[in-house]
Design a protein around this ligand. Structure first.
Ligand SMILES: Nc1nc2c(ncn2[C@@H]2O[C@H](COP(=O)(O)OP(=O)(O)O)[C@@H](O)[C@H]2O)c(=O)[nH]1
Ligand SMILES: [Mg+2]
Length: 330
C-alpha cells in the first residue's frame, strides 16, 4: 500500500510520518498532501483560543472525550504553541494532562511549535489539519494561544471558534485581544469554580453586544460586505457558557453549542463561506511564500542585504528599498 492508502485506511504510523514530513517541510510530504487533498472537506474544524493558563488544554481534553462518547467520530487535536520550544515544559504538561485520551485509537494528538519564517506556523498548521481531515477524523480541535495575529488567524478560520476566558481577580474581563471576540462563535468562561465567573459572563455579554455589531462579513468574492447586506444571512448569537474543565462541568453544554453552530452553518450556507475564507487564506499565504522565495532566488540574498543596509543607514525608507528592489528586477 502507498502512504496515501495507508493514511486513508486509518494507519496511525503512516499519518504520524506524514505529519513529521509536513513539519519538516519535506517535499515528499507535500506531494502526499496533494494526493490526499480531494479527500478533505468533511471534518468539522474547531478552533479553541484564549489566554495562556485559561484552561484550553484541560478543556480540549474533556471536549475530545465528550465528542468521542457522544458522536463516535474520531477526534484529532492540534496544539499550536509557538511559545514552547520542542522540548519545552508546556508540551510535556499537555502530554501528561492528555493522558486520559491515551489508548483511545480514535484520538490523535499533535503538538506543534513555531519554526520557519513568518506565516510558516499558519501554513504548517493548515497542512496538518488537511492531513487529519483526509485521514477521516470527524472533529479537528485546534488549540491556539490567543495572543499573536497568526494564532488568532488560525483560530478564526475554523468552522467553529471557541474563545475561552477565565475569571480575573478584578472585575474586568481579562482583556480579550481585539479581533478575537468578533471571531467567537461560542464563549466559555472556564474556571467557573473560582470567584468572579458571573462578573466575567456579564462583562463578556456587554463586550459581545458591541463586537457583534462590528462583525466583519465577507461575500463570496472575499470582499467586505456592509453589516446591513450581511444581515440577510441569519444571525448567530454566540452563547456564553460557564465551565469547570478540571471537573468536566459544562462540557456537555459546550458540545451542544458546537453541534448547534455546525447545524446553523450548514443550514445558512456559512459552512461554504468559511471553507472558502480558509482556503483563500491558504492560497494567499502560499502565493506570498512562493513569490518571496522566487524573488530571493532570482536576485540572491546579497541584493536583499544591500537594500537592508540602505535602510539601516537611513539612506532609504523600507518602502523605498522594496520599491527599488522590485524596479531593479524588471
Ligand atoms: N480552578 C480551575 N482550574 C483549572 C480549570 N481548568 C484548568 N485549570 C487549571 O489551570 C491551569 C492551566 O490549564 P491549561 O489547560 O494548561 O491552560 P492553557 O494554557 O490555556 O492550555 C492548570 O493548572 C489547570 O489544572 C478549572 O475549570 N478550574
Ligand atoms: Mg495549553
Amino acid at each position: 500500500m502507498t502512504l496515501v492508502e495507508r493514511i486513508r485506511a486509518g494507519d496511525r504510523l503512516a499519518l504520524a510520518r506524514l505529519l513529521t514530513q509536513i513539519e519538516n517541510e519535506d517535499a515528499s510530504g507535500f506531494s502526499t498532501l496533494t494526493e490526499l487533498f480531494p479527500h478533505t472537506g468533511r471534518a468539522h474544524l474547531i478552533g479553541i483560543t484564549g489566554a495562556p493558563g485559561s484552561g484550553k488544554s484541560t478543556l480540549v481534553n474533556r471536549l475530545a472525550l465528550e465528542l468521542r462518547r457522544r458522536t463516535g467520530a474520531t477526534v484529532a487535536i492540534v496544539a499550536v504553541d509557538p511559545s514552547s520550544p520542542f522540548t519545552g515544559g508546556a508540551l510535556l504538561g499537555d502530554r501528561i494532562r492528555m493522558r486520559d485520551l491515551a489508548g483511545d485509537q480514535g484520538v490523535f494528538i499533535r503538538s506543534m511549535a513555531s519554526r520557519g519564517a513568518l506565516g510558516g506556523l499558519a501554513r504548517t498548521t493548515a497542512a496538518v489539519v488537511d492531513a487529519f481531515d483526509a485521514a477521516g477524523y470527524g472533529w479537528v480541535l485546534i488549540e491556539t494561544v490567543g495572543a499573536g495575529q497568526a494564532e488568532v488567524e488560525i483560530a478564526r478560520t475554523a468552522h467553529t471558534t471557541v474563545v475561552i476566558e477565565a475569571p480575573s481577580a478584578g472585575d474586568d474581563v481579562q482583556a480579550i485581544k481585539a479581533g478575537i471576540l468578533e471571531a467567537a462563535d461560542v464563549l466559555v468562561v472556564n474556571k467557573a469554580d473560582l470567584p468572579g465567573a458571573d462578573n466575567a459572563v456579564r462583562a463578556l455579554q456587554s463586550a459581545l453586544e458591541l463586537a457583534v455589531n462590528l462583525r466583519p462579513v465577507w461575500d463570496h468574492h472575499g470582499r467586505l460586505e456592509t453589516v446591513e447586506a450581511a444581515s440577510a444571512e441569519v444571525a448567530w448569537t454566540p452563547p456564553i457558557l460557564k465551565a469547570v474543565a478540571t471537573q468536566g462541568e459544562g462540557i456537555a453544554e459546550l458540545v451542544d453549542a458546537i453541534q448547534a453552530h455546525g447545524a446553523h452553518l450548514l443550514a445558512g450556507g456559512g459552512r461554504q463561506r468559511r471553507d472558502r475564507d480558509r482556503l483563500r487564506g491558504e492560497v494567499l499565504g502560499l502565493l506570498g511564500a512562493y513569490l518571496l522565495e522566487a524573488f530571493l532566488e532570482s536576485r540572491g540574498q546579497g541584493d536583499l542585504e544591500v537594500a537592508v543596509d540602505s535602510v539601516v543607514s537611513r539612506r532609504s525608507s523600507p518602502r523605498q528599498a522594496v520599491e527599488s528592489l522590485l524596479r531593479a528586477r524588471r
